[in-house]
Design a protein. Sequence first.
Length: 202
Amino acid sequence: MWFNFKINFFIQIYTVNKNKFDKCFNKLFLTTLNYNKKVLKLQLKSNRLKKSKSLSGFLSLEVLNLTANAFEMINIDYLSTKIKSLNLSKNNIKKVKIKKIRLKMKKLILFNNKITNMSFLSKLTNIEYLNIGLNPIEKFPDAIFKLTKIKHLNISFLNINTIPIEILNLKQLISIDITGSRILNNNNILAQLNKKGVKIIS
């Protein structure tokens, strides 16, 4: 009780001044974090959080970092509808749930998880930066082709060897990171991307 009270008190004071809360590396075990509805930026990396519902009270969040926690499933519908940047890297996520389209989300990092199905990406049509590297994916996710505003795509360390020609339809693409992947220059796709001005990182 004393621990929860102290954390609660600290958040209220800190967010009044800076609208952000940084509580990293403290091994949080809390199941409910409904502390402050005015927090805009929340850094909770390197804790032991497991349930996205525990973050449902932060209604104004725009930036959320949940790197290196203990999530196995994440339900984005529980998170603030105002989130622009979401970092879920280095968890143990196998499934991502989302029913409602998220128009405000611009950046999503899913690096180093265990996600095999990326169909949920079709709900994030305004994504500009996407990192799905180091997931057990063996086929380029078709849902990416619906992300017509994407500028930066990271597919590093994926077990895929081809990129469909449809990627050429992503007119706003600026860079694609294929580091550590087994991608072949099938149909001269990489060369065509490079010719269009897309930076190939390998």
